[in-house]
Design a protein around this ligand. Structure first.
Ligand SMILES: [Zn+2]
Length: 428
């Protein structure tokens, strides 16, 4: 493999430097590096970040290849600056055995746009009744360490306790989709003023908060580690803040859409805004931003949830829940957190690369940009402004809430172990 010299990049948003890549690794970082024989990438003051890591992606394969495949999903990930994604288990069949997680892992390796780390189901068939083969999935070639029934909540407290006890033995983590099922029967949107006015079934904040409260207490009781998916309410932030202050081993994520959009959008009845957990209020959005800035919320995760046209382009009540996110995540984070002064680029690297890799136990990703480290890198033109055009997405699905919205920032280059997966904003 030849050498690549990235010239004049603001590493983590700092002073412009050169970064020399040799094969799969970073050879040197400094000023005026020797470019002899190297391919040159003129960064021109763009921001260089470690390759992004998404702890929460739905790749849909096997079973729903009409909405996404491992190939199209990882191409979308690379376009968005990601070098690794964790693939959720709610596929068909469910990723609840060593066989299915190995299949997904292998597909990721074959396609090579970004690394795919499968997440295993907590319970057989996501049914919440019987623990899946957690040990076998961990020992498989996929080396699963994160387990989740995401899409559904592990609502049985005894099953949740057993899962936490089980993964403790090998340093794994249970990622909970916190949704008390009885409190959310028939729910269509956030329960509040807007749902009352529109006459749509409400998804109350307490349905999320009560499960988080229970699970941090369970994690404390068994001395295990729990991760909370897609926090969406100010009350959830308060509970996680309290749990961390007690020394409970809890981590939490927020999605880009919960950092920007509110339930006011539902007044349009455009199903593109239908998502689980639902869009909340302005007060929640501000609390989530503050919590992401102060570390109460550890990371940003996309909850990239592709759906085919026919599952979203229908009346609100019948539409599927979820939105695509891999290709717009960094722009939304720049818009809501960087351009508002809440985070600098080093802070973004922490929340979108270093910490998600650490929480998921993923080696080779989320590493510092320094000599000897794997060359997993993302170059961002933070000065760019442009309207989101889903027609240009690499994802097989187009269900983005940002169509036509102007957002800042654009990923121009992504490198996976020294190989360019994105060059000048286009897939290589
Ligand atoms: Zn979920």
């Amino acid at each position: 493999m030849s050498k690549i010299l990235i010239r004049g990049a603001k590493v983590l948003g700092g002073e412009p430097q050169d970064v020399l890549i040799d094969g799969e690794f970073i050879e040197a970082v400094g000023s005026g590096l020797d470019a002899d024989g190297a391919q040159i990438v003129e960064a021109g003051g763009k921001v260089l970040l470690p390759g992004l890591v998404d702890l929460h992606t739905h790749l849909r394969e096997p079973g729903r290849e009409d909405s996404e495949t491992v190939l199209t999903g990882t191409r979308a990930a690379a376009s968005g600056g990601y070098t690794a994604v964790f693939a959720m288990a709610n596929t068909f069949p469910v990723a609840d055995t060593a066989g299915v997680v190995e299949q997904v892992y292998r597909l990721g390796q074959e396609h090579g746009y970004c690394d795919v780390q499968p997440i295993g189901a907590v319970t057989v068939g996501l049914e919440g009744k019987k623990l899946a083969e957690l040990g076998a999935m961990h020992e498989s070639a996929a080396g699963v360490t994160v387990f989740s029934d995401d899409g559904k909540c592990v609502d049985d407290a005894v099953i949740m306790r057993r899962a936490l006890e089980y993964v403790k033995a090998f340093g794994g983590v249970v990622a909970q989709h916190a949704q008390e099922p009885r409190l959310t029967e028939g729910a269509q949107m956030n329960e509040g003023i807007v749902s009352a006015e529109l006459g749509l079934g409400g998804w109350p904040a307490v349905a999320e908060e009560s499960i988080i409260a229970r699970d941090v207490l369970l994690a404390e009781h068994v001395g295990s580690r729990v991760h909370i998916c897609h926090l969406s309410t100010a009350g959830s932030v308060e509970i996680v803040r309290w749990a961390k202050s007690r020394g409970i081993d809890v981590t939490a994520e927020v999605t880009p859409h919960h950092l920007l959009l509110t339930d006011e959008m539902v007044r349009t009845y455009n199903p593109v805004y239908k998502v689980n957990p639902p869009l909340r209020t302005e007060r929640d959005v501000l609390a989530l931003r503050e919590a992401l800035a102060d570390g109460t919320i550890d990371i940003v995760a996309t909850d990239h949830a592709p759906h085919p046209h026919e599952d979203k382009d229908c009346e609100w009540g019948a539409a599927a829940m979820g939105m695509v996110g891999l290709e717009t995540a960094l722009s939304v984070v720049q818009h809501t957190m960087v351009d508002t002064g809440l985070l600098d680029w080093a802070g973004v690297a922490e929340r979108m690369s270093f910490r998600p890799a650490r929480i998921g136990g993923l080696e080779g990703h989320g590493r510092p940009i320094s000599a000897g480290e794997p060359a997993n890198l993302t170059l961002v033109d933070s000065a760019y402004r442009g309207e989101v055009d889903p027609a240009g997405f690499a994802s097989r699905s187009r269900n983005t809430p940002y169509e036509g919205r102007e957002l800042p920032g654009r990923v121009t280059h992504t490198f996976l172990r020294g190989r360019a997966t994105v060059v000048d904003g286009k897939l290589a």
